[in-house]
Design a protein around this ligand. Sequence first.
Ligand code: NAD
Length: 428
Amino acid sequence: MEVRWIRSCLVLKQKTPEIKEVMSFCPVTSTPNGVQQSEHLKKLWKKHEVLKTEVKLLSLPAKNGCKLITPEKAKSKMSSYVLVTGGAGYIGSHTVVELIQDGFTPIVIDNCVNATRCQSGKMPESLNRVQQITGKAVTYYDFDLLDKDKLDELFKKYKFCAVMHFAGLKSVTESISKPMEYYEVNLGAIINLIECMKEQNLKKLVFSSSATVYGPPEKLPVDEQHIVGKGLTNPYGKTKFFAEEMLRDVAKADEGWNIALLRYFNPVGSHISGLIGEDPQGPPNNLMPYVSQVAIGKLPVLSVFGDDYDTPDGTGVRDFIHIVDLAQGHIAALKKLQEINGCMAFNLGTGKGYSVLEAVKAFEKASGRKVPYKIAPRRPGDLGNVYANTQLAEKFFQWKATKSLEEMCVDMWRWQSMNPNGYRPADA
Ligand SMILES: NC(=O)c1ccc[n+]([C@@H]2O[C@H](COP(=O)([O-])OP(=O)(O)OC[C@H]3O[C@@H](n4cnc5c(N)ncnc54)[C@H](O)[C@@H]3O)[C@@H](O)[C@H]2O)c1
């Protein structure tokens, strides 16, 4: 018996006479005798008066659950190739799902420096799972962005409508011990990309930046006018700041560029299917993956660095954003790129801060597990209170993060408990 996740379409009759079409992800069990309903599907059947259910493999899920995209429309959008660098990674893979579901055709480059290949060794496992979620094949190229010849070749092969650049090295601590690697990869890749894009007269780019470019906040919530590049304490943060500066100069020197610098706050959680999620190689650098590994028993105890910050419970406060909200923010940005004159920065966050201890409690509730923690001294470079002003992205992209901290924790726990070893096989 094979358990697969497929997307199914339920046609539901709601309390109102109006008939709505609602898309839903449903786990179904496919057996030689057909497809069995999942518990989730049964609950939906009970809740609504169901007229019929259909499995629509070609259809795409509607945002807010109501409008179906016709196969014709999906097909006409199929020529919309989007180059996704680092698409096998945490944020990239979730964005690839959203791109496909919106009718785009992502073409992924990833050298798997921070992704796990599947057992056959051909595809990153994350992209394998994306294929399961979406029911669509993902086109993947396995090479390093520093290889300019291969990049040139790819740009000649496809007519991309835009580039989403996620690839890069992202560990703050590693960047302190290997600064030149970080500068080479994080800046060298952008230089190669910009050169290729210019050759093809393609000037649309969505870039993964970070709230780290703000340094210690001078006011809260942090908006896009806040000074950047001041007080940065590690090479990783500096690469993001320098990359932003480079892209701004590119857009100044040559008209016609549309560049969105997306400054992420703290992406957390995973896709609702539990099939893809954050999979740190080695001890996690970020809070929530660490919490999650303590909850599942892979790590013994969480160190909370500092309980004497100027915050309600003394522990650091961060703006956590659900990874699916973040990924959808990229699609919204992509659709509005044309309206960006040159280069513009946007915060992607929720605008609400939660303390480390609040996040730990929320995770304990979601997982039903205890997360033992101990208070440790502050780490140099850590900040007390950081949360975003999100109005610009909300207005410009007509997008808003809607998922709660509870949903982030529930989804993250589903991923963690379904994949205790991440994308690696249990015996790895
Ligand atoms: N995750 C976060 O909390 C966070 C916060 C702010 C900004 N960002 C930025 O967002 C981007 C994506 O982050 P993520 O969490 O998905 O990271 P990730 O490490 O999961 O994904 C990055 C992907 O890029 C690939 N890659 C790295 N160098 C490459 C190269 N030279 N050529 C080809 N592929 C390469 C890696 O194999 C990996 O799959 C990064 O640029 C990161 O700095 C992440």
